[in-house]
Design a protein around this ligand. Structure first.
Ligand code: TPP
Ligand code: SF4
Length: 610
């Protein structure tokens, strides 16, 4: 450990840990609140790249880990749905290099289409899961995930949530002597990097039934061993008991190389400031609440809490006994049982679904969960106080913010004006353009998940009466098209509806919604340097779409509305690529293009004359 103290977001802490731990490859797909991890890893000098989608990112990560390299794969919670096919079998395999999968969950849906709780994935796929409460633990648990992964040759999920990703708290990184450098003095001079060699192990990596059956047994054995390790040495903190009065954490925290920041007042304060609540200040501001102190801190109340909820619980009931652990799957059930035996009322404070409380009750540990209403949205100190006190009075309505809207001058505006005026039935998708659903456009009828616009549009075309079917249009962004629209296009040409169909790709040259990331359609890598660019028109033609049209969105001499209307009257499959850069990204795109042109000129000038 160094004396260095850094104020970092959880995302940045993961990136820094990845760098310090010698992660050779970081790959992922953008998605709030995980996007910054790879961007920071790249800025710090790590090898980071955007994949077309989360499944490909995880597959690349699995390959890298099979080759023995420490690897980081990042995504938001719904990304794990896309990557799930790879995940559920990867846990059967032996990965040599530590493979950390970041699942950044979004309770409260600050920027997501659902608030699914990815703790279910750990249980369903048999993947160990670590859940940090703050940036220090985000740093420490990234290391720990790599170490657990390498010891048991298993992918490990690091589950973050929006608050942990974006709140900044103090991080004390490992000392330089403990860090793993990418530079290895014993490796050949050509690249100066650690060489990872492929180790053949067919039964551990080729999941045909003959090898997968024993592999499943191995997975259960690994999880049993990890659970035993978690009981004995896993990262855990207990408060309100003698151990806490002596300032002691679980021995694992002290003896292992694990998190060294207990949930003390410092960490609680850091997050508390985010929520605007602090135990002392709250009591001062609301003297009537003081009377509830006995309810909040009865001597026999025991709280089990994980993730950021642990900080809220410490602040809401500072005198209550509390057990918090970092490795939340597989659970340290014996430790929990011992804790439960010391208290009269055992309360589980967890954000999202009743995952932990159900696990405890299933294991015969009598635990109380939260009322249904707290399953929705994020927890905060006030909500946790209410849970503890059994206060079921109505919660104050959150302040209404200004509804979001497409930027002035946004290229998506023209498209939605046309679709509105033509009274189209619009199968929509996810991106900035989803805002086409709001007034003054109100021109989107469905939005389910990334890529769904094409399939959903086709489904409607197949069953609606002809006049209505003709009005159906699928609208998809460029990043989303690469992510999961390509197979929808294959479906369109393979099973064309009798009226044909029209897909509009809104190609604004960036992944605008998540902060202007590159993707395979922009022709630039994560660090904005030039790379191969997918040709959407060529793809449409090669797939057999009957009418492929490139539309310059800035060309006002052609009416987009007329073009769409003409197309809808034909029984053809059609792809319109409406191209116009996002107005916010355009200046940067021009800079990247200028830099690339300069580089090409330099390379040409350096060519020998023939
Ligand atoms: C499976 C999944 N991964 C990531 C996201 C986050 N996300 C939502 S839309 C989007 C892409 C938006 O880019 P694009 O389609 O180009 O539209 P734009 O925002 O540029 O208009 C991303 C990454 C998500 N919602 N679901
Ligand atoms: S960020 Fe770009 S794509 Fe998104 S609304 Fe603004 S101009 Fe449109």
């Amino acid at each position: 450990m160094t004396e260095e103290r850094l104020l970092l977001s959880g995302d940045d802490a993961v990136a820094l840990a990845a760098l310090h731990a010698g992660v050779r490859l970081g790959t992922g797909y953008p998605g709030t609140p995980s996007t910054e991890i790879l961007e920071t890893f790249d800025r710090l000098g790590g090898h980071a790249q955007w994949a077309p989608n989360e499944k490909v990112a995880l597959e690349v990560g699995i390959g890298s880990a099979f080759a023995g390299a420490r690897t980081l794969v990042t995504m938001k919670h719904v990304g794990l749905n896309v990557a799930a096919d790879a995940l559920f079998t990867a846990t059967y395999t032996d990965v040599d290099g530590g493979l950390v999968i970041i699942s950044a969950d979004d309770p409260g849906m600050a920027s997501s289409q659902n608030e699914q709780d990815n703790r279910h994935f750990a249980r369903a796929a048999g993947a160990p899961m670590l859940e940090p409460i703050d940036s220090q633990q985000a740093y420490d648990y990234t290391w720990l995930a790599l170490e657990i992964g390498e010891r048991w040759k298993i992918p490990v999920i690091l589950r973050l949530t929006t608050r942990v990703c974006h709140a900044k708290t103090v991080v004390r990184p490992r000392g330089v002597e403990q860090r793993r450098s990418l530079e290895d003095p014993e490796t050949p001079p050509e690249n100066g990097k650690t060489e990872h060699r492929f180790r053949r192990d067919i039964p551990a990596r080729v999941m045909i039934p003959a090898f997968a059956k024993p592999a499943h047994h191995r997975l259960r054995q690994k999880l049993a061993e990890i659970a035993a390790w978690n009981e004995a040495e896993g990262p855990m903190q207990e408060y309100g008991s003698e151990a806490r009065d002596q300032g002691g954490d679980h021995p694992g925290e002290q003896g292992g190389r694990l998190g060294r920041a207990p949930i003390g007042h410092q960490a609680a304060g850091a997050i508390g400031n985010q929520t605007g609540l602090d135990a002392g200040k709250q009591a001062e501001a609301q003297p009537d609440k003081q009377a509830a102190a006995d309810v909040l801190d009865p001597p026999k109340l025991g709280i089990i809490a994980t993730g950021v909820a642990a900080i809220h619980a410490r602040e809401a009931a500072p005198k209550a006994r509390q057990l918090t652990f970092g490795l939340t799957y597989p659970l340290p059930l014996a430790r929990i049982r011992a804790f439960a035996n010391q208290v009269e009322r055992l309360l589980v404070i967890e954000e999202g679904d009743p995952v932990l409380v159900d696990d405890l009750n299933a294991a015969g540990i009598k635990a109380e969960g939260k009322p249904m209403r707290y399953r929705f949205g994020e927890l905060n100190v006030e909500r946790v106080r209410r849970i503890i006190a059994g206060d079921d009075s109505p919660e104050p309505e959150p302040a209404k913010g200004k509804p979001p809207e497409l930027c002035q001058g946004c290229s998506h505006r023209t498209v939605f004006e046309a679709l509105r005026d033509l009274n189209c039935i619009v199968a929509g998708d996810i991106g900035c353009y989803t805002l086409g659903v709001l007034p003054p456009f109100s021109a989107m009828d469905t939005c389910v998940c990334m890529g769904a616009s094409i399939g959903v549009g086709l489904g409607m075309r197949h069953v609606l009466p002809e006049a209505e079917a003709r009005r159906v249009v699928s609208v998809i962004g460029d990043s989303t098209f690469v992510h999961s629209g390509l197979t929808g296009l294959a479906e369109m040409v393979y099973n064309p509806p009798p009226t044909g169909h029209l897909v509009l790709i809104l190609d604004n040259g960036t992944t605008a919604m998540t902060g202007q990331q590159e993707h395979p359609g922009t022709g630039r890598s994560l660090d904005h340097s030039p790379t191969h660019q997918l040709d959407f028109a060529g793809i449409g033609q090669a797939m057999g779409v009957q009418s492929v049209v490139l539309v310059d969105g800035s060309d006002k001499s052609v009416s987009l509305e007329e073009r769409i209307a003409t197309q809808l009257a034909r029984n053809e499959t059609a792809l319109f690529i409406v191209r116009q850069p996002c107005v916010l990204a355009a200046p940067k795109i021009r800079l990247y293009e200028k830099a690339a042109a300069g580089e090409r000129e330099r390379q040409c000038a350096a060519l020998p004359e023939i």
